[in-house]
Design a protein around this ligand. Structure first.
Ligand SMILES: CC(C)(COP(=O)(O)OP(=O)(O)OC[C@H]1O[C@@H](n2cnc3c(N)ncnc32)[C@H](O)[C@@H]1OP(=O)(O)O)[C@@H](O)C(=O)NCCC(=O)NCCS
Length: 208
């Protein structure tokens, strides 16, 4: 791996380039086309968006990655709302995937979240990638995914404590922040301002 990379906060003049990078990285990965470039566009204006944890990664002066975090809660079974973070979209440009940059960006941003005093991070992801940075199945912490039947596979739902023991006395239901739920028609409209790209149905996509 070429070591010439930097990680810095996203600036407002990065927004369009970051959205384009996300679009290139997520296109046809989880569904034909993608919505994540619109999702970040909406989330930046959401009160739950954590501006201090909005990072871009550059390599030889070129934008190659990004990651963001949002505040959310676990509705605990004892009635409390426990503050936690969720994360993403996170991406690395397709040309530089699987070269170690994603893990560096992930670990850096988790370190910064930890410095800010956040207790835990939960989201949907692949244990093959996130497990290497200390994530485990959220079910092992007694945290359930909202609206998921009890006998359903929840192995997509991951958790990492940033403060050891933060979730020791917590069981409950994690809530995805509302901002992630975008309207397909709004995505279509937003996407018209980007260069044309072909939507393809590919094996391995989770959403049809
Ligand atoms: C997911 C993503 C951010 C990972 O970044 P990356 O730079 O490709 O990953 P890294 O090279 O740092 O991988 C770190 C480790 O995780 C593993 N890994 C990476 N992606 C993986 C995947 N999709 N499935 C399983 N393991 C994976 C790698 O094998 C590597 O392990 P190693 O160090 O033992 O070889 C990047 O591939 C990406 O942008 N993908 C498209 C968008 C996306 O899916 N984002 C995440 C949504 S949850």
């Amino acid at each position: 791996m070429n070591e010439k990379y930097t990680i810095r906060s996203e600036r407002s003049d990065d927004h369009r380039a970051v959205e384009n990078l996300i679009r290139e990285s997520f296109w046809n990965v989880y569904r034909p086309g993608c919505s994540e470039h619109y999702v970040i566009h909406v989330l930046r204006d959401d009160p739950a968006f954590v501006k201090e944890l909005d990072f871009v990664m550059e390599h030889d002066g070129k934008l190659i990655g990004q990651n963001i975090f949002m505040k959310t809660v676990i509705n605990a079974d004892d009635g409390r709302d426990v503050d936690v973070l969720t994360m993403g979209p996170i991406c690395i440009t397709p040309e530089l995937k699987r070269k170690g940059y994603g893990r560096i960006l992930l670990d850096y941003s988790l370190g910064k979240a930890s410095e800010l005093g956040f207790g835990a991070v939960l989201f949907e992801g692949n244990i093959g990638f996130y497990g290497k940075s200390g994530f485990d199945y959220a079910s092992k912490f007694g945290i359930r995914y909202h609206d998921l039947p009890e006998d359903a596979d929840s192995s997509f739902f991951l958790c990492k404590e940033l403060i050891p023991g933060y979730l020791n006395d917590v069981t409950g239901v994690y809530q995805t922040p509302q901002g992630y739920y975008v309207d397909d028609a709004d995505v279509e409209e937003f996407d018209k301002d980007f260069p044309p790209k072909e939507k393809l149905k590919l094996p391995g996509q989770i959403f049809g």
